[in-house]
Design a binder for this molecule. Structure first.
Ligand SMILES: *Cc1c(COP(=O)(O)O)cnc(C)c1O
Length: 376
């Protein structure tokens, strides 16, 4: 009998042209650090996102959030409102800048930042301290947050919105691409994301001036002089030309990757939604998720764990949903505006294997395993 292979939650999936672009970098000796692949990759993302956007390719999504907050002027003593139900990288850069996070819970339609709680938090902070310096909203698992409502609050109170689109390249909000819907968007090309450069990210801004500022900061903030002259603290955050070559190859297949992930979701839903103990997050009208990860909500913590452990026995990786930031030991002392929603999801939710390279055989194996658990 053939031994079964391990099924991962989300693994890299090369398209074919990546090596060509990487080889080009080698044969032209554009190894370090900038070069034509960086420009090419930025142009690819820019034209994919549409709109009047400017893209800076960086070393990670976390670096992109850090620079986004930096160019929006976040500094020591400021407060930044941040979606609590997310990966820690959304919030860590607030602390890098000596600012203070205030966490906001999610709402049921999108599992993302609740517009109601956000406004309550803004009013509270203005009354008791001062106006928060930025809002970080996240299109978690690829599902868009309520963009119009969040942008309207940003406008009403004059607070810029940072759009954490690390998990949502290819998602759309009323036909506009996520990442390009706010004052500053960010993408991640980490190994588990919908496309990858093995590690990388991008910052998306609304003017060439802001892009230049971000690039300047990401390349150690060198002033214009023949020697090394610095009047600002810089960072080493630029993407390398070799990795951007992988990105160019990946951008050729982004649409295929989105449809493969959406097909995974449809397959799981077709086979599992007849079990009343399992529910899926549907798209509201106008919301288009890349379905980066298919998530299920089960009826109880016990059932969630039973499903997860049975999958594990068969060498199938699954994972509880993100643990909200306001419950994390490192963040639990910070102010938070919560409604119990993300805590409930953390308790009962599970991420299923969702790679664009899953075979039909893999999908059958996963679904049969879960069906077996649900029958008992
Ligand atoms: C992956 C991720 C990031 C960080 O991206 P890196 O490229 O890994 O630094 C930020 N926010 C969210 C929601 C993510 O999933």
């Amino acid at each position: 009998m053939l031994t079964k292979t391990k099924i991962y939650l989300s693994s890299p999936h090369m398209g074919g042209s990546e090596q060509k672009f990487v080889n080009e970098a080698f044969s032209t000796n554009w190894i370090a650090p900038l070069g034509p692949n960086v420009d090419g990759f930025e142009n690819d993302i820019q034209s994919y996102l549409g709109g009047n956007k400017y893209v800076a390719a960086l070393s990670s999504g976390t670096a992109a959030i850090h620079l986004a907050l930096k160019i929006l002027g976040v500094t020591k003593g400021d407060e930044v409102l941040c979606q609590s139900f997310t990966f820690s990288a959304s919030a860590n850069p607030i602390l890098y800048l000596g600012a203070t996070p205030v966490f906001i819970d999610s709402e049921k339609d999108t599992w993302n930042i609740s517009p109601e709680l956000l406004e309550i938090a803004i009013k509270d902070r203005i009354e008791k301290y001062k106006k928060p310096k930025a809002i970080i909203a996240v299109h978690l698992y690829g599902m868009p947050y309520k963009v119009d409502e969040i942008n309207a609050l940003g406008k009403k109170y004059d607070i810029p919105v940072v759009e954490d689109s690390a998990e949502a390249l290819g998602s759309k909000y009323f036909n506009q691409k996520c990442g390009a819907l706010s004052d500053a968007g960010i993408l991640s090309f980490n190994g588990n994301k919908i496309i990858t450069t093995s590690g990388g990210g991008a910052l998306i801004v609304n003017s060439e001036e802001l892009k230049n500022k971000a690039v300047f900061l990401s390349t150690q903030a060198r002033d214009n002089a023949p020697h090394y002259e610095h009047s600002t603290i810089g960072y080493n955050y630029r993407m390398s030309n070799v990795l951007a070559g992988i990105g160019r190859g990946q951008m050729e297949v982004i649409d295929d990757r989105v449809s493969a992930r959406r097909k995974n979701f449809d397959f799981y839903k077709t086979h599992l939604s007849k079990f009343k103990d399992i529910t899926f997050l549907e798209e509201k009208n106008g919301f288009f998720s890349n379905r980066w990860i298919t998530c299920i909500e089960t009826k109880s913590y016990e059932l969630r764990e039973k499903i997860r452990l049975e999958l594990l026995k068969d060498d199938i990786e699954s994972r509880p949903l993100w643990k909200p930031m306001h419950m994390q030991p490192v963040f639990e002392d910070y102010l938070h505006f919560t409604n119990g929603f993300s805590e409930n999801l953390f308790e009962k939710g599970l991420c299923l294997p969702s790679g664009s390279n899953l075979s039909q055989e893999d999908l059958n194996r996963i679904v049969n395993n879960i069906k077996n658990t649900l029958k008992f």
